[in-house]
Design a protein around this ligand. Sequence first.
Ligand code: C2O
Ligand code: CU
Ligand code: CU
Length: 477
Amino acid sequence: MINRRQLVSALAATAAAGFPRHSPAAPAASETPLPIPELLDARAQGNAVRLVAAKNPHTFLPGHPAQAYGYSGSVLGPAIRVRRGEEVEMAVENKLDRGTTVHWHGLIIPSHLDGAPHDTIAPGQTWRPVLKIDQPEATAWFHPHTHRETARQVYFGFGGLMLIDDGSGERFGLPRSYGIDDIPLIIQDRNFDSNGRLTYDAGPMTVMHGFRGHTIMVNGAVAPVAKVPAGLVRLRVLNASNARNYNLSFVDQRNFHIIASDGGYLAAPVKLAELVIAPAERFELLVDFSDKTSAVLQTTPDPFTPAGGGADFERLMTFKPDETKSAVTTIPKSLAAIEAPDTSKAARRRNFVLNDHMMGMMMGGPRGPAMAINSRSFDMGRVDVRLKQGETEIWQVESEMLAHPFHIHGVQFRVLSIDGRKPAPHLQGWKDTVLVPRAAEMLVRFTQQATPDHPFMYHCHILEHEDAGMMGQYVCA
Ligand code: C2O
Ligand code: CU
Ligand code: CU
């Protein structure tokens, strides 16, 4: 096992200047440039996009070549830009020696295109869903959703972004030069052995708490540096970790503005100095670098993870403003037109309890303890909920012990309450995943058809919990 000190010296070997060292947990000085996932503009390719799911050589730690999973690349995947109102034909080829699936997380599309566990792509096969994009501008993503193997397949590298474009970012005057002032940040925690290879062990404790790694990567690099224009920069942050929450802030405590959540723009920018992001959530931030001062993004212990549960104080990356580049300097006053959620439209209320106590042990889960929802562990052959297409419902979700990030396929919803209170302003827009400390209520309109042979999933996005059974299925007709 490579420890932090070894990692620090491995990185220091390639380093010149570095972080100011006031955190005891500060990782190395590093000059690794922030890798930017390749932008794949679907329209420029005639709306036909090819993805190859394969294992490839990738160097996570300088000087230590290793292997990783990636979509059409050595790790992670491209950022696919798609436009509202267009149809995109995907061709996903599986070059692994095992089955996989590709789920379009956050897309509002019918269930047979959703890429959930029922859509396994066998080795050597190509899956060709045609995705009709019809939802507001947002940052969605895609990742494997393979029965009982999601955690492992995401851990070893699969994950990409889907940038849905409807022209509103341009109308709002937001930064939109991809990789320059519109930058994706995919945050993940990992463990490495002494040869710089990823290690993953899903023992019973890992299943209970979800995997927590000792090293945090951004876009597949440890402690990278991004050169940014000295103005406003848009960061599209995705927590693609298996289980860990991050509590993001800048070391100099500068404020930033949240402009979007999972399903698109907020009504107006929300000023914050600290942001908790749970697995699978996306937030888009505007950060002002016009002071031309380097800024370090860090994570600090979050209020939802029990002490000692792996929520450390760590530095993620550095931004270095570069004065030669022009930039956007005005924060828009308002963004999307978002109505207040209207609960009078709800046809009914449903309750879901996320069971994470050791009862699962007796039920004999896939690997150690089983997880469940309403005391039932996931069963691919069982439909848990039958819904009427077009209806709106209130879903109330309770966490038994830990805080769980709850996700529903096929929809974007509005959060009505978290632990009995109105959600914070940056959680009041469209979302598909919400962290449930004790209880949350959401207003959900189910517009997409889900047939019994391709039900939609709802689940905890701690991937070890999902794989161990904290997942259910709904049909909608
Ligand atoms: Cu991000 Cu069921 O998925
Ligand atoms: Cu999803
Ligand atoms: Cu969970």
